[in-house]
Design a binder for this molecule. Structure first.
Ligand code: UDP
Ligand code: MG
Length: 313
């Protein structure tokens, strides 16, 4: 029988854990004749009663495993830890506040059985406040314009990953993790499953504005060189305009020496020319830094989706 592991990051979710567990076990029960399910809870340094609650669950249910990070490391790191320890044919990552309905797992698994290696849950609707909706909308729009690879819009980390993809993810050592970008970067066959996102069941968000900005920066800086190319672009435009202007000033001074104040041409033209050249050079430096950054990220160059070789049996 194939195994499915649910990876559930937990940060101060004491009032959600009982309901979450109930709904997860109901899903597992309806899958029981085809799949063995397990639940990997990663406590991300919760300050409430989440951890004792989780350990109590484990007391009565062998399918539950509990890992607690020694301190709060953030959602992306908690999910990474869960993916590192989960050992199953497929892993389903979902939020623990019931915004991602566990029942959507059925549709994700169906997509997986139909050949998808990644089935990502895409929000048809979302039940968040005005600020969250607009800021998320702007972020996904900017990211889709800038990113080198196509990162699906309106998609969080709620998704099913085939074990092959999970193994590939483990080869990505980068520290500023933007998992949905990394999964997109890996490739394999990826399929969207639409769902309606619920409101948070209880408690309050563990993603204040500062963490949202950090995540957005990880997405844009980690997957786009657009900001760097912008510097070179501005530098080039400035240098060209300054160059043309210098020629114009020199010519007009030569034709009519009284047209400008003594010494001014040289100073003004020199200032803009130098500014432009400096920007251009900053861009050159930036390009090297961009490359150093890519090398330091040390992402794998490729992943095989098929590797058939040797004599055929
Ligand atoms: N979470 C976490 N560490 C954190 C913040 C959040 O593990 O530092 C978990 C949280 O328990 C939840 C998921 O990440 O399961 C999504 O967080 P949340 O619902 O607070 O974010 P939002 O839905 O408001 O963006
Ligand atoms: Mg939430």
């Amino acid at each position: 029988m194939k195994t499915i592991a649910f990876v559930l990051p937990i940060y101060n979710e004491q009032d959600n854990i009982p309901v979450l567990y109930e709904r997860l076990t109901a899903v597992a029960a309806s899958l029981a004749d085809r799949f063995a399910c397990e639940f990997v809870f990663v406590d991300d340094g919760s300050r409430d009663r989440s951890l004792p609650l989780l350990r109590a669950l484990r007391e009565n249910d062998d399918r539950v495993s509990v890992y607690a990070l020694a301190r709060n490391k953030g959602h992306q790191v908690a999910v990474t830890a869960g993916l590192d320890v989960a050992d199953a044919d497929a892993v389903i990552v979902m939020d623990s506040d019931l915004q991602d309905p566990p029942e959507v797992a059925h549709a994700l698994i169906e997509a997986w059985e139909n050949g998808a290696d990644v089935a990502y849950a895409k929000r048809r609707t979302r039940n968040d406040g005005f600020f969250k909706r607009t800021s998320a909308g702007v972020f996904y729009w900017v990211l889709s314009k800038m990113a080198r690879i196509e990162i699906p819009r309106d998609t969080g980390d709620f998704r099913l990953l085939d074990h092959r993809v999970v193994e590939e993810l483990r080869r990505y050592p980068e520290r500023n993790r933007f998992l949905r970008g990394m999964v997109a970067e890996i490739g394999f066959s990826q399929q969207a499953v639409e769902f309606d996102r619920d409101a948070r069941h209880a408690g309050k968000t563990g993603y204040p504005l500062s963490k949202m900005v950090k995540l957005a920066a990880d997405g844009i800086i980690g997957f786009s060189s657009f900001p760097l190319r912008l510097i070179s672009g501005i530098g080039l435009v400035l240098a060209v305009i300054a160059g043309v202007w210098t020629v114009y000033l020199a010519v007009s001074r030569w034709v009519d020496p009284s047209s400008s104040v003594e010494g001014w041409t040289f100073l003004a033209a020199g200032m803009f020319l130098l500014g432009g050249i400096q920007m251009l050079m900053l861009g050159v430096l930036g390009n090297y830094i961009g490359r150093i950054y890519e090398e330091v990220q040390a992402r794998p160059l490729y992943a095989f989706s098929v590797a058939e070789h040797g004599p055929r049996r």
